[in-house]
Ligand binder design. Structure first.
Ligand SMILES: CCCCCCCC/C=C\CCCCCCCC(=O)SCCNC(=O)CCNC(=O)[C@H](O)C(C)(C)COP(=O)(O)OP(=O)(O)OC[C@H]1O[C@@H](n2cnc3c(N)ncnc32)[C@H](O)[C@@H]1OP(=O)(O)O
Length: 165
């Protein structure tokens, strides 16, 4: 293991030496497609993203499928509750974008109905249900084998932080 660790550390050092400065990386990250490349849920450029592939549906909702492995484990053989919250926060946010009115999470209420299994296909859904001025209400769920494991209700407030330039 030490030899493997040494090799990985050498690769990490090499990448650090050749990476642009952090402020430049921030500008690059937020150019073009921006968050969809680097976010921690769907982003192919983010090592901690499972990644979940979300698709916008004609009815205005979004849906994706993902199977989660060991890095996301909480209870034995099951998904950590914070990871479920991460997936749902993001999926509700994407549902808002898909519906045309987006914002920042002000409240996220989760109900954990049953343990969410690792290694099995999970369906993650999100749907905007109401917009009242700057307040956006959005719901979603994670299901496995057709049963709801986690359901979510979110309040988002229309606010957008500036992209780094
Ligand atoms: C499938 C195809 C896809 C295509 C599209 C793909 C593109 C996808 C692109 C991108 C997807 C991105 C997805 C990201 C998802 C992740 C989102 C996050 O995790 S965001 C980070 C966590 N959230 C924060 O850090 C917020 C921190 N809090 C704040 O900044 C503020 O507190 C904020 C914005 C929440 C509100 O602050 P104020 O100053 O702007 O607004 P005030 O005036 O305080 O409130 C406005 C109204 O909202 C109510 N309000 C505010 N906060 C509330 C709360 N917590 N509970 C209840 N009401 C609240 C207030 O009472 C007020 O209501 P009255 O107008 O008076 O009726």
């Amino acid at each position: 293991m030490k030899e493997v660790a040494d090799r990985l550390n050498a690769v990490a050092d090499h990448l650090d030496e050749h990476a642009p400065a952090m402020d430049q990386r921030m500008v690059d990250m937020w150019s073009g497609e921006g968050i969809t490349r680097h976010d921690p849920v769907t982003g192919p450029e983010n090592a901690i993203a499972p990644p979940l592939h979300l698709t916008g549906k004609d009815d205005g909702s979004v849906e994706g499928e993902v199977a989660l492995g060991l890095p996301y484990q909480g209870p034995p053989g099951h998904v950590h509750g914070g990871i479920s919250a991460l997936l749902l926060d993001h999926t509700l946010g994407v549902a808002n974008h898909w519906a045309g009115q987006s914002g920042m999470t002000a409240e996220l209420t989760l109900r954990y109905h049953r343990p969410t299994p690792l290694f099995e296909p999970l369906t993650v859904t999100g749907e905007q249900v109401a917009v009242d001025g700057r307040k956006i209400r959005t719901t979603g769920a994670i299901t496995a084998r057709g049963e709801v494991c986690v359901s979510a209700e979110g309040l988002f407030i229309a606010k957008h932080l500036p992209r780094p330039r």
